[in-house]
Write a protein that binds this ligand. Structure first.
Ligand SMILES: O=P(O)(O)OC[C@H]1O[C@H](OP(=O)(O)OP(=O)(O)O)[C@H](O)[C@@H]1O
Ligand SMILES: Nc1ncnc2[nH]cnc12
Length: 170
């Protein structure tokens, strides 16, 4: 399946100059959504994975179904102020702004093997920050899986040494 056919590119959103990769057009197509999750599963299934972690919000629509497909649990990484328990937090930069991410302090036990999942790798700021948070809790990152990679923003360079898989590249 050519997943690019299901992803809509919207120019100048949320700011002039950004070409926004809109996955809502893929998500609303049941067979395409399922095929995307199945394809990511095929790419990571040989890894030893205890948990999948995914950043809010679009990381949830990739990470949670991938966790179910692999038969492992899912840990949400949220924007600051949303998680009710004790958290560890970190600030980060995005292609179009700044934000702050948080994870529950007791969500990962030291030594657990974590795959990070998100819809899109752009500058790599979100994933690098997610890795920092997971590492602070003692988790071992075994890779990162994305629907989309924006190679022109070189996010992979920020993740050197990490096994990164993606379904489509722009
Ligand atoms: O590689 P980066 O430059 O960090 O950019 C990628 C991140 O940006 C988007 O999330 P966003 O923060 O816009 O939040 P959303 O998922 O809630 O829309 C996207 O879903 C990734 O998580
Ligand atoms: N160009 C882009 N399209 C969709 N989501 C993004 N997150 C960061 N950059 C993005």
């Amino acid at each position: 399946m050519n997943f690019k056919d299901y992803i809509r590119v919207i120019p100048d959103f949320p700011q002039p100059g950004i070409r926004f990769k809109d996955i809502t057009t893929l998500l609303k197509d049941g067979p395409a959504y399922r095929a995307a999750i199945d394809s990511l599963k095929e790419m990571v299934k040989e890894k030893e994975i205890d948990l999948i972690a995914g950043p809010e919000a679009r990381g949830f629509v990739v990470g949670a179904p991938l966790a179910i497909a692999l038969g492992v649990g899912f840990v949400p990484i949220r924007k600051s102020g949303k998680l009710p328990g004790n958290t560890v937090e970190a600030a980060y930069d995005l292609e179009y702004g700044k934000d702050r991410l948080a994870i529950h302090s007791d969500s990962i036990q030291p030594g657990q093997k974590i795959l990070i999942a998100d819809d899109l790798l752009a500058t790599g700021g979100t994933i690098a920050t997610s890795i920092d948070l997971i590492t602070k809790l003692g988790g071992e990152i075994v890779g990162a899986a994305f629907l989309i990679e924006l190679s022109y923003l070189s996010g992979r360079d920020k993740l050197s040494g990490l096994d990164v898989v993606s379904l489509v590249t722009y």
